[in-house]
Design a protein around this ligand. Structure first.
Ligand code: NAD
Length: 257
């Protein structure tokens, strides 16, 4: 197999970090990104352990110019981008009536607009080489809604729609685009929600996991990061050209109901 390069946004924490480790273990060259203060060190450790070449960028996904610069710098270094994983995401839990406007715009910005800007930036490289795999980390909330998550649900539904359009436009260039829709995964994003969920639903924080998060999943356990990483590896593979335009739930049966 040709050495492939994967750009993963938000890859210095949680799901993105898990995906980065899995791709590193398979020998992919990595472009890592995230806002964690120790992001450069985390990236160095992930790539160093697997002995793969890498680039780290702290590009802010709210800044289209920074996104383009990251993609162009990576393409200049590695000769193109083969796999794009739009993973960076943020959340805020509050009723619509009290939802802070700036949180609404930031959530749509990071979870949806950034995926558009990144896809647009990598597209010429992928079209030129007649190979591209775009994987959007959406959510079960890209398929169904929950109360108090208006911005997030809107962004993730939008991301699923964008995935389908990119799949259609990419088909003749061997560019696929798919969305992975996880249920609850125990990451810093979910840990941070415990408090907001407890306030919004009026229940103690200790009851949030069982009563709110896992309540809708038929399988009552958090989705392991490794399961999402394995799905991303499958979608990124050379032989996965006919898997495109999908929104794949990895949600313990939540969206089956
Ligand atoms: P996380 O908070 O652990 O990681 C998010 C990453 O995104 C971090 O590296 C952070 O620095 C980065 N990020 C946030 N804002 C950014 C910005 N403006 N610019 C650049 N990077 C930015 O969260 P996670 O749980 O690993 O979530 C990853 C993705 O998975 C998100 O898109 C999230 O919506 C989705 N998801 C998570 C769950 C879950 O239960 N954890 C479920 C379904 C979908």
């Amino acid at each position: 197999m040709k050495k492939r390069t994967a750009l993963i946004t938000g890859s210095t924490s949680g799901i993105g970090l898990g995906i980065a480790k899995a791709f590193a273990a398979k020998g992919y060259r990595l472009v890592l990104n995230g806002l964690e203060p120790d992001g450069a060190a985390i990236a160095g450790e992930v790539a160093g352990r697997a002995g793969v070449a890498y680039l780290f960028s702290a590009a802010n996904m709210l800044n289209p110019e920074a996104i383009r610069q990251m993609v162009d710098e990576a393409a200049a270094l590695f000769g193109g981008i083969d796999i794009l994983i739009n993973n960076a995401g943020i959340q805020h839990v509050a009723p619509i009536e009290n939802f802070p406007d700036e949180k609404w715009y930031d959530i749509i910005g990071v979870n949806l607009h950034a995926a558009y800007h990144l896809t647009k930036a990598v597209w010429p490289y992928m079209r030129e080489q007649q190979f591209g795999r775009i994987i959007n980390i959406a959510s079960a909330h890209g398929l169904v809604a929950s109360e108090f998550k208006s911005a997030y649900v809107a962004a993730k539904h939008g991301l699923v729609g964008f995935t389908k359009t990119a799949a259609l436009e990419g088909a003749s260039f061997n560019i696929t685009c798919n969305a992975i829709c996880p249920g609850y995964v125990k990451t810093p994003l979910v840990e941070k929600q415990m408090d907001d969920q407890s306030r919004a639903h009026g229940i103690p924080e200790s009851e949030v996991a069982a009563k709110i998060m896992l309540y809708k999943q038929a399988v009552k356990s958090f989705v392991p990061v490794e399961v999402i990483a394995d799905m991303a590896l499958l979608l990124a593979a050379e032989g996965s050209a006919t898997i495109t335009g999908t929104a794949i739930p990895l949600d313990g049966g939540w969206s089956a109901q």
